[in-house]
Structures are given as C-alpha cells and as structure tokens.
Design a protein around this ligand. Sequence first.
Ligand SMILES: *[C@@H]1O[C@H](CO)[C@@H](O)[C@H](O)[C@H]1NC(C)=O
Ligand SMILES: *[C@@H]1O[C@H](CO)[C@@H](O)[C@H](O)[C@H]1NC(C)=O
Ligand SMILES: *[C@@H]1O[C@H](CO)[C@@H](O)[C@H](O)[C@H]1NC(C)=O
Ligand SMILES: *[C@@H]1O[C@H](CO)[C@@H](O)[C@H](O)[C@H]1NC(C)=O
Ligand SMILES: *[C@@H]1O[C@H](CO)[C@@H](O)[C@H](O)[C@H]1NC(C)=O
Length: 574
Amino acid sequence: MQALWKVLLVAPLLLLPFPTVASPARDDQPSTRPSNGHACVGCVVVVSVIEQLAQVHNSTVRASMERLCSYLPEKLFLKSTCYSVVRVFGPDIIKLLSADMNADVVCHTLQFCQQDPGQAFCHLYPLPKETWKSTLEKARQIVKKSPTLKYSRSGSDICSLPFLAKICEKIKSTLKNSVPFRDVDSDKYSVSPTLRGYHWRGRDCNDSNKMAYPGRRPDNWDVHQDSNCNGIWGVDPKDGIPYEKKFCEGSEPRGIILLGDSAGAHFHIPPEWITASQMSLKSFIDLPSALTDELNWPQLSGATGFLNSTSGLKENSIYLHLRNRNRCNHRDYQNLAKNGASSQNLERIIESLSRNPRSDHPAIVIYAMIGNDVCNGKIDPVPKMTTPEQFYSKVMETLKYLNSHLPNGSHVILYGLPDGTFLWDHLHNRYHPLGQLNEDVTYERFYTFLGCLQVSSCHGWMSSNKTLRALTSERAEQLSNILKKIAISKKFTNLDLLYVDFDLQAVMKKWQKRGGQPWQLIEPVDGFHPNEVALLLMADGLWDKMQLQWPQVLGKENPFNPQIEQVFGDQGGH
Ligand SMILES: *[C@@H]1O[C@H](CO)[C@@H](O)[C@H](O)[C@H]1NC(C)=O
Ligand SMILES: *[C@@H]1O[C@H](CO)[C@@H](O)[C@H](O)[C@H]1NC(C)=O
Ligand SMILES: *[C@@H]1O[C@H](CO)[C@@H](O)[C@H](O)[C@H]1NC(C)=O
Ligand SMILES: *[C@@H]1O[C@H](CO)[C@@H](O)[C@H](O)[C@H]1NC(C)=O
Ligand SMILES: *[C@@H]1O[C@H](CO)[C@@H](O)[C@H](O)[C@H]1NC(C)=O
C-alpha cells in the first residue's frame, strides 16, 4: 500500500518531482531497489495515454501530447511542466510511436525502464511478435543520437534534470508550508482545505485564537465566542441562557479520530486521469488539490468524510452519523491516516493527534492499519511482513500512548486486516483502465508488471501465485487475532477497547443485494484500495454494529438537534 501511490503520482504528472517531496512514512532502502521502478511505471502510463489519445482522436502523436498538456490545469505548474517534458522527450516519443513501438519499448529505449542483470524483463503489454531483443535494437537505432537519453538515465531524481530544476524549486517552495503533519506545538487546525487542512480535521473557526478548536469543552459556555468550533455560541435573548449550555450540556459530545493508512485516508486516482477515451478539459480539475492531499480524499472517506458521496450513495461516514446524532459534535473529526502507515511506523503519525485529556471531550478512535503490515513490493514479500510479536508490541505501545493522551471515557475500535484474496479473485481477468481501449491489459498483467518492478502495493495479494496469496491472508489473520485478543484481555484507565473484522465479504453481499458487482468495490486505477462505495458500506456496517451492540460508544441522541438547526442553520458548514 506504500509504493503504488508514488508511482501514480509520477504518472499523471509526467514525471514531476512529487515523490521526493512527499515520501511515505516507511520508505524502502534505495539500495534494495536497483533501478527505479516508479519512473518506469510513470513512463509506461504516460506513453500509453499519449498513444491511446492519438488512437481515440485519430490524431498524430504530436497533437496527442499537446492535447494532454492542454487538459492539465495551470496550478502547481502542471501545464508548463507538461510542455517542458514534451519539448524534451516529445521528438523521441513521436519517432518511436510512429514506428509502431509500444509504451514498453519506448520506455525501455528511453531508459526509464531498465532490465537489471539477472532480473526479469518487466513489461505491461503483450510482448511484440518479433523477439524483444530485435525490437529494442531497432528502437535504439531510431533514437541513437538523441541527446535526451542522458536525462532519462538519471533515474530517480527527476529534479536533477536541468530543464526541470527550476520548476522543481518552485513546487518545492510551494509545498514547504505543507509539512504533512504540523508540529506538535503549533496550531493543527486550518482554514484551508488541503495540506492537512480541513479535509483532514475540523475547520478552525478562529485562526487568531489557538484556544479555539473543534473538540474542546466550551469555554464559559461559549457566551462570547465559539471556542469549540461547533457553530453553537452566544446567548438566547429570550431567557439569557447560553445556547451551548442549553443545547449541549449533558449531551455527551465526542469526536472521531482515525489512525489509518491509505485506505482510511481514501486514496483515489480517478480513472479519467489515465483513460484516453474519457479524457477532457474537465478531467484534471481536481488534480492540484488531490496532489496537495497526497492523492487522498479524506473529505469523502468512510470514517471522516463530510461531503455528500460522489457515487450517489446515501450512506453516511461515521463522522456524519455522529454529527446527525448530536449536532454538538459538529466539526469534531481528525483523519490521521497516511499512505504507507502500518502498526510499525505509527509513532510519528500519532504525534499529530490533537486531544487534551483535561480540557477536551472524549473521542472514538478507529485504529485501521489494514494492509501495510502484510503488504510490500518485494519479490518474496513474506520476510518483510510484520511478525505477530512485532505487531503485538507496537499495538500495545500505541494503546498506551492513546491512554495517556485521550480524555477519560474514550473508546478505541480496532479493525482487523481484510482477506485480500478478494482482489485477485474478482479482478484478475478484467481489463485495467489502460487496457480497455484495446483489450490488452488485464489486472493480472498489471499486477505482474508492478510485481516485476518491485513497486507493487501488495505483491502478496496482487500475484498470480496462489500459495503466496494464501500465505499473505494467513499472516493477516494472525495479526487480526492479536487485535481481537488485545481487545478482550487488556484494560486501560481512560479508554475501552472493541474489535471489528474488516469484513469485505459482508460489504460485497450488501453491494450485491443492490445489484452491484464485487469488482466495483475496488479502485480501478490501482486495483488495490477499497473505493468510496466500499468505504461507505463498511462505515455503515460499523455504525449499525455500534448502535446494536455498543450504544455506549455513540452517546445519546441529542433532543435539541432540531432547535440547533433552527437557530444555527448548517453551523458554519465544514
Ligand atoms: C484518420 O486520419 C487519417 C489522416 O488524417 C484519415 O486518412 C483517416 O480517414 C482517418 N480515419 C478515421 C477513422 O477517421
Ligand atoms: C477569535 O479569538 C479572539 C481572541 O480570543 C477573540 O478576541 C475574537 O473575538 C474571536 N473571533 C471570533 C469571530 O470569535
Ligand atoms: C447533500 O445532500 C443533501 C440531500 O441530498 C442536501 O440537502 C445537502 O445540501 C447536500 N450537502 C452538500 C454539502 O452538498
Ligand atoms: C473514568 O470514567 C469512568 C466512567 O466512565 C469512571 O468510572 C472512572 O473513575 C474515571 N477514571 C478517572 C481516572 O477519572
Ligand atoms: C509461490 O509463492 C511461494 C510462497 O512465497 C513460493 O514458495 C513459491 O516458490 C512461489 N511459486 C512460484 C511458482 O513462484
């Protein structure tokens, strides 16, 4: 779950320098990956899109590249970078594609892809009819004297390319203020959406006052200002009683906090970004904001989403359910999920938790490390998986930290790991978005390509090797069982523990009952993450379970909700 997002950052951006700016929490040692698989995938995706745009519009390769650049927004220098890249690599790409070479050949010829000694030859498309060697030889003759080879060969650090250095500098300085997790001591709440702003945690309602933030107990019943940002403040002129006291006292307000990975943050790459037949000026509108959210869409996630679903589902996130139950909870959400997060690397992430055990309301914390403990991109992923001993010890550390940083009366819900054999079973013989136009790239091919380059999000499950898939599920189950045991046997002073399965089968059954297909629950571009529908159905399942079995976690339904709405409308929005 850690690597693919990096790859796809590179791809739609035509090899922009983001990977170096926003590296995941756990990174692979550069020395263990001889050549740069991310650059290879990025190149193959971009060249495929160029080729397919030409096919769809019956245009020249040159026109197709210009078309692609014209679709990109100006923001974050996306358009200008695109034109720079076309200026440098365009002539070679035109020559090669015009000679009927495919994206694999183009990218190997330009040396974005390299076959390391003793390693397999990695390709996305079926091999050419002639032998691979002679095709590549022919291609090399075509660009023999090309001056650009020295650029692509430079490998991982795209910013070292002279023609991109300036743009890189500009982007880096733009993103400098974006420190994905702000300092512990500094104000963690923000008035802007991205860069870990209010897409991630409740919007700051008073930027000049550090003591005003979502989730705190109100200061003097918020007579003069909205100290907890829930949109309820002031005094009822009819009787002189502060509204916060009248509507919220004794209502047991609480917030929702997610400790998660890319699935919890809702990692999502819209298929329009790589599907030539659907691409238009509108396709990339969200690209800049998605990039500054690390390609995540927490505002639409199952745990903390606050926008209406884009898929038309009526289900609510856990946060919206909590808010509907008690309007005093308005804006009290924190999504601390991060791409690549696992039980083993949570220390830094958890430091960005904002909850004062003395002055804030209790919280419901969802712990959902659902993949990275068993998922990695190694050829043999098993040795790198988290062992049960390592897992137990880190989970206990996390819980101790939470116990000392959460107000008494908080709840922690531990999610188990899913059985990822779902992915192969429901996707392997379907076409990937890149393969739909010519019916040539199935997910099996896509998975094999990523696995070969060792950049797979989860080689253990995204593999044609049935034994390996079963082994991965077995480890996932072992780790889930540890969480289950901890939930039953461990006691903490300020929080209680609950365990739930990450039950993809249950979500699938729910979806099928509505006439849906299992494959429609997975992100089409990465072929790995649960998509918005899956996340919302999962959240809904959790909500139902809590209502039935653990109502104490949710608190009471606030009888004043209609009055709050009447007086404060949408409470300042989100
Ligand atoms: C594609 O373009 C070529 C050259 O402009 C033209 O000869 C051909 O008829 C076009 N094909 C289609 C299907 O439009
Ligand atoms: C923001 O906080 C400052 C400092 O406490 C206060 O003076 C001001 O009235 C607050 N603004 C609003 C809109 O509540
Ligand atoms: C979400 O949908 C509801 C009902 O369909 C609508 O009333 C509300 O305004 C929508 N909210 C947003 C933020 O679009
Ligand atoms: C925490 O709250 C529980 C009730 O929810 C109470 O029984 C317990 O004494 C409290 N602990 C502390 C340390 O205040
Ligand atoms: C499949 O995976 C298992 C477990 O990692 C491994 O022992 C075996 O060699 C693999 N089989 C093939 C054909 O690669």
